[in-house]
Write a protein that binds this ligand. Structure first.
Ligand code: B4P
Length: 187
């Protein structure tokens, strides 16, 4: 199965994709994790990405697409994958559809996690206190929510128009949200 997960920052994409990966035995590909790994490794790409991420903006489309293409080509993604945090704008959406058409692996479903801003701010504040991730600073979280509304929300409309969108309430216990996700997966 090939799944796209999207929703605002802190909506729980990473948390839920990790559970779903185990449930379905498919690859979990998080562009946020790929970027954070590049930042940690101090690669030229990582150094470039760090400033952009810390300010709450999106990293450039060509950098993210290059990373994604390489990751999707790895053997654990042959039987399916969950894309967590990609696509984040309409250009990435078009690039993804091109890539998947080229490799003959069309998407099955796009799952959108709905979480109100107040809950997102509260979650990111907790993580900021524990992990000190610069992009969890409340001012940066607000910026990321703005970016989400302007650039990522239109991606939902696109998946809706092609009949692949499922919207799931992302508020509640992690296991409760997970059961809602399982219930909307195509059989
Ligand atoms: P992400 O890595 O996607 O952001 P995230 O804040 O980790 O979001 P996620 O939704 O995965 O939340 P999580 O499960 O961790 O992006 C980071 C940055 O990378 C972006 O801002 C951007 O700069 C860059 N980037 C990534 N992809 C890109 C792309 N395609 N193009 C360009 N740039 C890109 O959950 C958040 C917190 O909530 C956790 O602490 C978790 O424990 C908690 N939580 C989860 N579920 C909960 C629940 N049900 N109840 C209470 N708390 C919950």
């Amino acid at each position: 199965m090939r799944i796209v997960f999207f929703g605002p920052n802190g909506s729980g994409k990473g948390t839920q994709a990790t559970l779903l990966k185990t449930e379905l035995g498919i690859a979990h590909i998080s562009t946020g994790d790929l970027l954070r790994a590049a930042v940690k490794a101090g690669t030229p790409l990582g150094l470039k990405a760090k400033a952009v991420m810390d300010a709450g903006h999106l990293v450039s489309d060509d950098i993210v697409l290059g990373m994604l293409e390489e990751r999707i080509g790895q053997s654990d993604a042959k039987n399916g994958f969950i894309l967590d945090g990609y696509p984040r704008n309409l250009a990435q959406c078009a690039a993804l559809e091109d890539l998947l058409a080229r490799i003959g692996q069309p998407l099955d479903v796009a799952i959108k996690l709905d979480v109100p801003d107040s809950a997102i701010l509260a979650r990111c504040e907790i993580r900021f206190a524990a992990e000190h991730r610069a992009d969890d600073d409340p001012a940066v979280v607000r910026k990321r929510l703005e970016v989400y509304r302007a650039q990522t929300a239109p991606v939902a409309d696109h998946f809706g128009q092609i009949g692949k969108l499922k919207t799931v309430d992302g508020v509640g216990e992690v296991q409760e949200v997970f059961q809602r996700i399982l219930a909307v997966l195509p059989r």
